[in-house]
Design a protein around this ligand. Structure first.
Ligand code: GDG
Length: 455
């Protein structure tokens, strides 16, 4: 196989131990760590003009090639079309779409410009793997420059059904752009199905067989590749000396109270607001939990430049304060709402210390936290995963308590059931999910994708 070239909007730091709060970075870090190759993308910096120079640094068998963005590209390509149109639409929030034609033009312009910067770094037998919604037009841009290499695309977030996708004014251009990839990968069968439906109904593609579509003179293959974790590695992380110390601190502060834990970037798709409401409802319907239960919500800030993110932050702060005011006491804070980042191993230890993992997004491509929570549990006394049916992980985890995050009472009841579940049932549910993680781990995700792309 040729060299692997990964293209993503953001190239993360690969300094060991540095916290990276994004599922995509965790996954790509692993592929490159094991397979080696080139990682190309934005370095996170902006300047008044587009910089000319790509910065190339070597880290063992990994080469990082990064470039800054002009302020205008950052606003139009990143904040504008990517995060104010594609992100809400792909998460089924058409009400939050803020479309402006010039921002879409900026999105195309930035993709073309990034493709031009990548082009001189490419070799003829490179396998190119493009990641996520920011870079949908990348293959078409590279093809127009004459690139004949295999180019694959993986969508980390959900793919919406036709009525939602078509709310995006240039939806047919996006579908056409996706048809320039040799392989398009999705997290779940229903995401893939939505893509196939959209491409056949909206763009006149013809189904050749289960996996292949004919679109004009191109054959587009699609597949399902659920991203995952390494369960044994996570168990080890939850056990390192430092993480044990953090776990001790957490336990001491809890004073024998039970714990529900949630970890997700501050984002309206993650359902934090609805989760707080469900926790409040639990306190109402089961007064025995009052003073006997805490919820830790770790919510690192993300995309703080976008208004809808400023609003959700404001709303959550208000909600946590209100619920704590209602049920708190002089020595008791029901919801510990935290915006800071933790070391990965510390997080894994926190997962291990919590009787319930509440992962209740309104819509999520996969949700790695659900998988990490399961992997971090003590095999003989595991906690219970309360999981939204709208997370991609729900398609794989039959041992979780599935909830609908729009049903506050239903979620509160599931939390109660999780907190009071007998050990035997907890062990049985956990074992089936752990088995799933072991057979379908992070290595299986990228090996299967790259294997399919290579043929
Ligand atoms: C996108 C899709 C899909 C969180 N806080 C801290 C921290 N994290 C880590 C978690 C987890 C990762 O960040 C988040 O991954 P998710 O999958 O939960 O969510 P997104 O960031 O939205 O990721 C998602 C994913 O891509 C992969 O395809 O699953 O559906 O939306 O690993 O543990 N890590 C550290 N400190 C924190 O405070 N170290």
């Amino acid at each position: 196989m040729g060299r692997l070239v990964i293209v993503s909007n953001r190239v993360a730091s690969i300094t060991p131990g540095k916290a990276s709060t994004g599922g995509l970075a965790v996954g790509i870090g692993d592929v490159l760590g094991k397979a080696g190759g080139l990682w190309f993308g934005w370095n996170g910096e902006t300047s008044p003009q587009s910089p000319e120079q790509v910065q190339v640094t070597e880290h063992g068998n990994i080469t990082l090639a990064t470039i800054g963005l002009s302020r205008k590209d950052y606003e139009q390509y990143y904040l504008g079309f990517s995060n104010n149109v594609l992100w809400p639409a792909f998460h089924y929030r058409s009400d939050l779409i803020r479309y402006q034609r010039d921002e879409y033009e900026g999105y195309q312009r930035a993709n073309l410009w990034l493709a031009e910067k990548l082009f001189p770094l490419l070799k003829p037998d490179d396998i190119i793997w493009v990641h996520d919604y920011h870079l949908i037009p990348m293959a078409a841009a590279l093809r127009a420059m004459g690139v004949k290499n295999k180019i694959g695309f993986f969508l980390h977030i959900p793919f919406p059904t036709q009525p939602i996708l078509t709310c995006i004014p240039p939806s047919s251009e996006l579908l056409r752009a996706l048809s320039h990839y040799d392989l398009v990968g999705f997290q779940t069968p229903s995401d893939r199905q939505a893509f196939v439906d959209c491409l056949t109904r909206e763009s006149g593609a013809r189904k050749l067989d289960e996996d292949n579509l004919q679109m004009e003179d191109r054959v587009v293959r699609s597949g399902v590749y659920p991203i995952s974790v390494y369960p044994d590695e996570i168990e080890d992380q939850a056990h390192t000396a430092a993480s044990r110390r953090h776990l001790r601190r957490l336990r001491q502060s809890l004073l024998d109270r039970k714990l529900i834990i949630s970890v997700d970037r501050l984002d309206y798709s993650k359902g934090q607001f609805e989760r707080f409401r469900a926790f409040e409802k639990l306190m109402e319907i089961q007064p025995s939990h009052r003073s006997a239960l805490s919820m830790v919500q770790i919510a690192p800030l993300s995309r703080s430049d976008i208004k809808t993110y400023q609003k959700i932050r404001h709303d959550l702060e208000g909600e946590a304060g209100r619920i704590n005011g209602r049920f708190g006491d002089i020595d008791y804070t029901p919801i510990r709402y935290i915006n800071r980042n933790y070391e990965r191993s510390t997080l894994m230890a926190f997962f291990r210390g919590a009787q319930v993992g509440a992962v209740t997004p309104l819509r999520d491509g996969m949700n790695l936290v659900a998988k990490e929570y399961v992997a971090a549990q003590h095999r003989d006394d595991p906690g219970v995963l309360v999981l939204s049916r709208f997370a991609g992980a729900a398609a794989e985890f039959d041992g979780a308590l599935l909830v609908n995050p729009y049903d506050t009472l239903g979620m509160a009841e599931a939390m109660h059931r999780a907190l009071t579940m007998p050990k035997e049932e907890r062990k049985e549910r956990h074992a089936s999910m752990l088995q799933q993680l072991k057979t379908n781990d992070l290595g299986a995700w990228w090996r299967r994708f790259l294997g399919d792309l290579a043929v």
